[in-house]
Design a protein around this ligand. Sequence first.
Ligand code: TXA
Ligand code: MG
Length: 340
Amino acid sequence: METKLLTAKEVNEAGKILKNGGLVGIPTETVYGLAANALDGTAVAKIFAAKGRPQDNPLIVHISRLSQLDDLVAFVPSVVYDLADVFWPGPLTIIMEKSGIIPDEVSAGLPTVAIRMPSHPLARKIIDAAGVPLAAPSANTSGKPSPTTADHVMHDMNGKIDAVLDGGPCGVGVESTVITLCTRKPRILRPGRVTPEELEEVLGEVEIDDAVLGKLKDGETAASPGMKYKHYSPNAEVFVIDADTESFRRYVNDAATKNGVSKTAALVFDGEDDGFVCKTLSFGEKDDDCAHAHKLFAALRECDDFGFSSVYVHCPSYDGVGLAVMNRLLRAAEFKVIKL
Ligand code: TXA
Ligand code: MG
C-alpha cells in the first residue's frame, strides 16, 4: 500500500479515508496518533495489525466536542464536566464505563473506554471531517518510542497505512495523562503533561497507580494494559544515570571507551555537554521538565538513526511533568537506573 503524506490543507482527504474505514497518522499536541473510525471494529482491527500491538491493549477514543461523549459511555460522572472545563481540549484521557456502541476491538474486552479531546486544532478538524470519534494509539510500531513528527510516523508506518497528515512537530512530546474514574478514588494510570497536582485541584485526592514508576510483579494484572509491555525502547540499550554532572561525565566516558566511542551517546542537559568523548544529544535545560518531555522520544529515535548501541541519559527530576518523563524513560531503560 502506498502511504500518502498529506498537508494541513488536506484535512478533508484525511476525513474521507477515515470515513471509508482507512488508517491515517494524525498530529495531536502530545504525540502522533494512528487513527481509525472508533465505531468500526474492522477498521480498528487494522490499527493492531499495522502496529503489531497486543490484542489486549485498549485504545483511546478521540472526540472534538463534548456532545459526542454521551453516546460513548454508559453515563457521564458529573466530575467529568469539571475536568473537561479545565483540561479539555488538552492532554487528559478519562476512563469511564463504556456504552454498547464501543466495539470490543477498542476496549480490548474491558467494560470501560478511554476518552480524550485533543487540543491540536488539526486533530479536531480531522475528527470533524471524519464525522465520527477516532480511536488512536500512538502511531509507532508497538514497543518503539512514540512519534513526535510526521517523519517518525512514516519511518514506522510507511506502506502499512493509508496516509499521514503532517501537522509539524508535537508540542508536548509525551502521551496524555490517563486517569480512571472507575476506581474507588480517581487514579492516574499514566502520567503526562497534566500533572497529579493539577488534577488534585479539581478532584481533591487522586491516587497514582503503582505501575507508574514501578515494575509489575510476575502475575500481577495491569490496570492499564499498556503498562505491562516493554515500551518506548529504541534499538540502543538505554541507561539512566542518577548523578551530578562530573560523575555522570566520568561514567559515560569510561563506558564509551570500553564499548566504542562511535557506538555510544549521552543525553545531557544544556550547558554540560563539554568533555564527553562520545556524541551528546540535548535534553534541554536541567530544570525544564516540559523540554525533557518534548525532547525524549525524538532523542531516542535519533539514537537509532545514528546506529548507537548504548545511550546514557542524565536522570531528570521526577517533579511535575518529570513524572511522565521518568515513567517513559524507566520503561525505555527496562528500569536500569545507575545511582552514583
Ligand atoms: O496522547 C495520547 O494519549 C496519544 C495520542 C495519540 O492521543 N495516544 C496514546 O495511545 O498514547 P496509546 O494507545 O499509545 O496509549 C493508551 C494507553 C495505554 O496504556 C492503554 O493501555 C491505556 O491507555 N488504556 C486505553 N483504554 C483503557 C481502558 N479502558 N482502561 C485502562 N487503560 C486503558
Ligand atoms: Mg503508545
